[in-house]
Write a protein that binds this ligand. Structure first.
Ligand code: BTN
Length: 327
């Protein structure tokens, strides 16, 4: 009987769970149950222990330790198992190492703090302790390498859905995968792929969410925001991770089954903030403006140019900027 077993059992019921019930369910002694309860209390869980009634959780700490996330996951395989770290260089880096050592598809690496978090285009990504979400999923898709960037769009969609469902805020997507509220970024995604001679061996999808961050450095102030700043209160990071996993599993399976984004494209386009807006496309050696019309089944952004032709922008080494602001 692990801490996670006890947490799951207590969470299943909105009422007291008797010590006897726990003993029978896990075939352990009363002392063993009590020991686990004490450990959970030490981790910050408010657990009431009432004679003749049993145990009940009255308050959760905002921790993202493995058992806290795992006991909330409602997925078949996405997010299993969870490996949690208090501090790590980069969850993407760790997930790649784990993949080389044979870790299973669906592995979720979470860290409370990153010391060398990686952003897109070689930038640094900051994950201060106790306030943000840094997580990476390991996948082993049987799909052509040029279709892998779609996974990133699927994750962007999953994060938007989770944030909308939990906090009832109008989170949208800036193509290809920034999640944005009120014109500012709350989430960034970095997918990295490793191929052998012929096919994709594995990919890692790293997601950073500005959950409870209070202040951003000067250079990010205009473009970044946290959920706490938007909502005026802290969010439970484990709950958010579990919800992202729920949506990601659903949409990822649809994408892999179809081999493209046909099943999720309409929903993505509904949440696409660039849609109908003027954008500037910065391709290496080629810069132009136009109006974004939405993505196609391959995840490419369709941009109508002034001469009426439509260009397809591939989510690779391109940057798309709003003409009048970040989106
Ligand atoms: C971006 O530049 O928008 C992408 C940021 C991606 C950050 C996440 S945090 C978890 C994972 N580990 C990393 O080192 N990077 C990604």
């Amino acid at each position: 009987m692990t801490k996670m077993d006890v947490l799951t059992a207590l969470r299943e019921k909105d009422d007291y769970v008797s010590g006897q019930e726990l003993c029978e369910r896990f075939q352990v002694s009363r002392t063993a149950v009590w020991k686990r309860i004490r450990q959970l209390q030490a981790d910050g869980y408010e657990i009431e222990a009432v004679p003749n009634r049993g145990y009940r959780i009255a308050g959760y700490p905002d921790v993202i330790a493995a058992e806290e996330v795992e006991s909330r996951l409602k997925t078949e395989w996405m997010g299993h198992p969870v490996r949690y770290f208090e501090v790590i260089d980069s969850t993407n880096q760790y997930a790649k190492k784990a993949a080389e050592e044979g870790a299973p598809e669906g592995l979720l690496v979470i860290s409370d703090e990153q010391t060398a978090g990686k952003g897109r285009s070689g930038r640094h990504w900051t994950t201060p302790p106790g306030t943000a979400i840094a997580m990476t999923i390991l996948l082993r898709p049987k799909i052509a390498a040029d279709r892998i960037s779609m996974t990133t769009l699927v994750m962007g969609l999953a994060v938007s859905e989770a944030v909308r469902e939990l906090y009832d805020v109008p989170a949208g997507i800036k193509w290809p995968n920034d999640v944005v509220i009120d014109g500012k970024k709350i989430c960034g995604i970095l997918t990295e792929m490793t191929t052998d001679m012929v096919s994709v061996s594995y990919i890692v999808v790293g997601t950073g969410i500005n959950a409870n961050i209070d202040v951003f450095p000067e250079e990010l102030k205009d473009t970044a925001v946290s959920l706490k700043m938007i909502l005026g209160h802290e969010v439970n990071r484990a709950e958010l991770i579990a919800s992202v996993m729920k949506y990601f599993e659903r949409y990822y399976e649809q994408y892999i089954a179809a081999g493209d984004l046909s099943a999720v494209m309409d929903r993505y386009n509904e949440l696409l903030l660039n849609r109908g807006r003027a954008v500037r496309v910065l391709e290496p050696g080629n810069e132009y403006t136009g109006v974004a019309e939405g993505i196609d089944t391959l995840g490419e952004l369709l941009v109508r140019r002034e001469d009426g032709t439509v260009s397809r922008v591939y989510a690779g080494e391109v940057s798309v900027r709003g003409i009048y602001g970040y989106v």
